[in-house]
Ligand binder design. Structure first.
Ligand code: 13P
Length: 338
């Protein structure tokens, strides 16, 4: 348990955060397709090499979440990615759910799968050098959803996954994501997020998960993407922090937000506002575990071309640094210039 707690704390230490680079092959391919990058194994490998070899990334990134394909791959020179990540001062982690599937009897809702055989898979990943794991549940918001059945099934699976992780000495990153898609208001997102988090922590308690040895990865409390009323950065920061204060026990060492499709700048600005306004009064660290909000500009620069690697790495490092500044409440839009 001491080691689990130390790893969980290390993941949110020094104002660093996590880099989610664990897109499944279908998700990675979808992002590649939009930019005309071939959707095959070598470009995926080359892209992940670009990320893990970004100079000085370990200054701002504490942990990198890998995908099953990636954790088994190497750099062109034969160095395993796990070693490259570790040598960069970054803790390797692994996505272990097998995806969100349509939920029987619950139209429009999903339940995340992957518990069968998980104990054996965790043992293998741990042997490969992973020290933490991630499981993502997705909760859609609509007129009559989310249902109690969907929230409870996903919370139960998250808690069973988290207990198995701790048994295997891996820190569970518990990710219940309330989606941004839809016309719903910020208030509706707040209400759903609070209900989901309360259910998740109740299940974590029931399944005997030690809160000191885990990280929560939630959504920010934001209005739906097509909601006509879009609150300010400060309003989002306040709603998010108040929601978390009501639902997340103080024993949790860190909360690392997902970005969920927000732009890099907006995600940094909102995280910054939370820390600038509340940091000294919070029981847990407020950090980041972004995929798109860190990677997207770099991916758009790279476009599968070797010649663009350095420029893409610069863009990746820049977003990571902006988010470290946001953890300190020192991010400023001026950082985006030049
Ligand atoms: P985004 O930051 O792009 O939402 O991804 C985070 C993540 O890891 C989703 O599981």
């Amino acid at each position: 348990m001491r080691e689990l707690i130390a790893t969980a704390r290390a993941l949110v230490a020094c104002d660093k955060g996590l880099l989610a680079m664990d897109e499944s092959n279908p998700t990675c391919n979808k992002r590649f397709a939009k930019l005309g990058i071939p959707q095959t194994v070598e470009p995926r490998r080359a892209y992940r090499e670009l990320i893990v070899t970004t100079p000085a990334l370990g200054e701002c990134i504490s942990g990198a979440i890998l995908y099953d394909e990636t954790i088994r791959q190497q750099k062109k020179d034969g160095t395993p990615f796990v070693k490259a990540v570790t040598d960069a001062g970054i803790i390797p982690g692994i996505k272990v759910d097998t995806g969100a599937k349509d939920m029987a009897g619950h139209p429009g809702e999903k339940v995340t799968e992957g518990l069968d055989g998980l104990r054996e898979r965790l043992a293998e990943y741990s042997k490969m050098g992973a020290r933490f794991a991630k499981w993502r549940a997705v909760i859609a918001v609509g007129d009559s959803i989310p249902s109690r059945g969907c929230i409870e099934a996903n919370a139960h699976a998250l808690a069973r996954y988290a207990a198995l992780c701790q048994e295997a000495d891996l820190v569970p990153v518990v990710e219940p994501e309330v989606l941004m898609d839809g016309e719903h208001t910020l208030e509706r997102c707040r209400e759903v997020t609070e209900q989901v988090l309360r259910t998740v922590f109740s299940q974590l308690y029931t399944q005997r998960v030690a809160l000191e040895g885990m990280i929560l990865k939630p959504n920010m409390v934001v209005p739906g993407l097509t909601c006509p009323e879009q609150e300010t950065v400060e309003e989002v920061a306040d709603a998010t922090v108040w929601c978390l204060l009501r639902a997340v026990p103080a024993a949790v060492p860190g909360i690392a937000f997902l970005s969920g499709g927000q732009s890099g700048e907006l995600a940094s600005a909102r995280l910054n506002a939370m820390n600038a306004r509340f940091k000294s009064r919070l029981p847990w660290a407020l950090a980041f575990s972004f995929a798109r909000a860190i990677q997207q500009p770099a991916l758009e620069i790279w476009r599968g071309e070797e010649a663009n690697v350095q420029a893409a790495q610069k863009a990746l490092y820049h977003r990571a640094r902006c988010n470290q500044a946001a953890r300190r409440g020192q991010y400023d839009a001026a950082m985006e210039k030049g």
